[in-house]
Write a protein that binds this ligand. Structure first.
Ligand SMILES: [Zn+2]
Length: 406
């Protein structure tokens, strides 16, 4: 077959040829030249079991850089372990990032592989880019990793577990003593504060820089190191296009409108449709503003689980008075904004013909205290302590509040 890069006729285009001819991997070659990978790989390249005897541990001691990178990948739980190997996989768009780690990690026996698999459900050859080393070396990692460069270590933690959402840095990490110690150190030594949010990805904790200023302090601390890691700098620093994405979810709820002179005073129910709109930068490494699946998990966990098959009058004290779509939107906004600082609009349809659109305050505005009062009336601590309420006490004493019996 003809190689579209060097125009030579060769028997089999593979990574060995491409490394010589253009430096691309087979997957990148397939993408660039619009060729299905299934046509490029032959049977002997698919579902190959890698052999640990191809790998060896270096005799030299790892550098501080190598120790810092490996320690960060370990603390973020970035590796997956299968059969005889410990592996770090990556999207093809982040290949250079993977190779950047590899440069220092070779000392621990790591090698790059592009593996191809075919499963009964994939219906196509699926490539997987990874750096891997035999599992049997893992017990040596801790004795080999001595000194760590804190800023490099932190940068790799952010590269692997971090996301920038509307100026806030989010970290998705497994809750361990080391992670807690790291976050405490950032707060105590660098004044970078964190809030821990409800777990969305099962098994991982979600942490967010408390404010935009905390995120800026964090990013300026790690910027020189992050700029050094290919692909990662784009995710955090590049000027990229913005877009708005929207997810629609439904929930079934009942409600009644208190003190309302119409038939909505009666308990009734229906199917609500909720549209959540997020505007943010398009992450150049994922191609997403936010993954729709992830957006759905957040809205499900924070809103749908709270409202679905419930009586809206009893899910929140302030909806007890008026569970209108307007106040419901404010309630939903407040449940989501901590997780989705790019939230720009909510639409709640009570019927197909009636809906309310709401654009609430930004997270920053909510943090600086200018919160909306429309939902806070019945949950306010001071309710019942106004001067006028003293009249009720006096009336009660004078026996004038008694229910009149017919
Ligand atoms: Zn070629």
């Amino acid at each position: 077959m003809k190689c579209f890069e060097c125009q030579h006729d060769i028997e089999q285009i593979d990574n060995a040829h491409l490394a010589e001819c253009c430096g691309l991997t087979l997957q990148e070659y397939a993408i660039r030249h619009h060729v299905s990978l299934d046509l490029l790989v032959n049977e002997s390249m698919v579902n190959v079991v890698d052999d640990v005897s191809y790998y060896s541990l270096s005799a030299e001691m790892p550098s501080v850089r190598a120790s810092s990178i490996l320690s960060a990948l370990l603390i973020t739980d970035a590796f997956n372990r299968n059969n005889d190997f410990i592996c770090l996989s990556s999207d093809i768009r982040r290949l250079d990032e993977l190779l950047w780690y590899l440069r220092d990690l070779q000392v621990f026996g790591f090698q790059f592989r592009q593996e191809y698999s075919y499963t009964s459900t994939s219906h196509r050859v699926v490539p997987n880019n990874l750096i891997k080393t035999p599992k049997k070396y893992e017990h040596k990692f801790s004795e080999l990793c001595n000194e760590v460069d804190f800023k490099l270590f932190l940068s790799v933690v952010i590269a692997c577990s971090g996301e920038l959402r509307n100026g806030y840095v989010f970290l998705s990490l497994t809750d361990t003593q080391e992670i807690n110690a790291l976050l405490r150190q950032l707060t105590n030594e660098y004044q970078i504060r964190w809030v821990q949010l409800e777990d969305i990805d099962q098994g991982k904790n979600l942490y967010r820089t408390e404010s935009l200023q905390d995120a800026q302090r964090l990013l300026s601390l790690v910027e020189p190191c992050l700029q050094e890691i290919p692909c990662v700098s784009e995710r955090f620093f590049a000027q990229v296009e913005k877009a708005t994405v929207s997810k629609e979810l439904v929930f079934d709820s009942a409600h009644f409108i208190t003190d309302h002179p119409g038939k909505c005073e009666n308990l009734h129910g229906g199917r609500y449709t909720l549209n959540v709109k997020i505007e943010d930068r398009i992450d150049p490494l994922t191609g997403f503003v936010i993954d729709y699946g992830y957006l759905k998990s957040i809205v499900k966990k924070r809103v749908i689980e709270k409202l679905d098959h419930q009586n809206l009058n009893f899910v929140c004290s302030d909806l007890g008075w008026r569970s209108s779509t307007e106040l419901l939107n404010i309630f939903i906004w407040e449940r989501l904004i901590d997780y989705l600082p790019g939230l720009i609009e909510l639409q709640t349809f009570e019927t197909t013909q009636s809906y309310c659109q709401y654009r609430g305050p930004s997270l920053e505005k909510m943090q600086t205290g200018s919160t909306d009062l429309s939902l806070k009336h019945f949950s306010k601590q001071g309710l019942g302590r106004s001067v006028l309420r003293q009249q009720l006490r006096l009336l009660e004493k004078a026996n004038k509040l008694k229910v009149v019996k017919k």
